[in-house]
Ligand binder design. Structure first.
Ligand code: 5GP
Ligand code: ZN
Length: 114
């Protein structure tokens, strides 16, 4: 999709280096990290919000979580604990309308989230 920053990053049209890539999924460092590890995992397909998911996207969503687990293990936060977050729409704080799974870890997380 034109003018979508995460489509551009996933297609390697920007300077943001990918930390993971396959045919359907890309991952990169969050530009404004909220924890020692803060990686975003995105589908290469442009999907604005979780509300736009279709039945055909079921496997793709599973792959986002598989990649999230892989990154957590690679960064050494899997056993300590980490958080996977996907925000939907304004009150949840979604600011980029291309779905992305936040992988956050490396510090104690709090609950409930802010
Ligand atoms: P949201 O608020 O939509 O759940 O998360 C969007 C995330 O994308 C934020 O954590 C923000 O820091 C990150 N972000 C926004 N623009 C860019 C960008 O151009 N590059 C990277 N690497 N991250 C971005
Ligand atoms: Zn997009």
């Amino acid at each position: 999709m034109r003018d979508c920053i995460f489509c551009s990053i996933a297609a390697k049209k920007t300077q943001a280096p990918l930390v993971y890539e396959d045919d359907a999924v890309a991952a990169f460092e969050d530009i404004n990290p909220q924890a020692p590890v803060h990686v975003l995992v995105v589908p290469k397909k442009h999907i604005p919000t979780t509300l736009d998911l279709e039945t055909a996207d079921r496997e793709l969503i599973g792959r986002l979580f598989e990649v999230g687990n892989r990154i957590a293990r690679e960064r050494g936060i899997a056993e300590r604990g980490f958080r996977m977050v996907m925000n939907t729409n304004p009150e949840a704080g979604q600011s980029v309308y291309h779905i992305h799974l936040h992988i956050l870890g490396g510090r104690q997380m709090h609950w409930p989230p802010g």
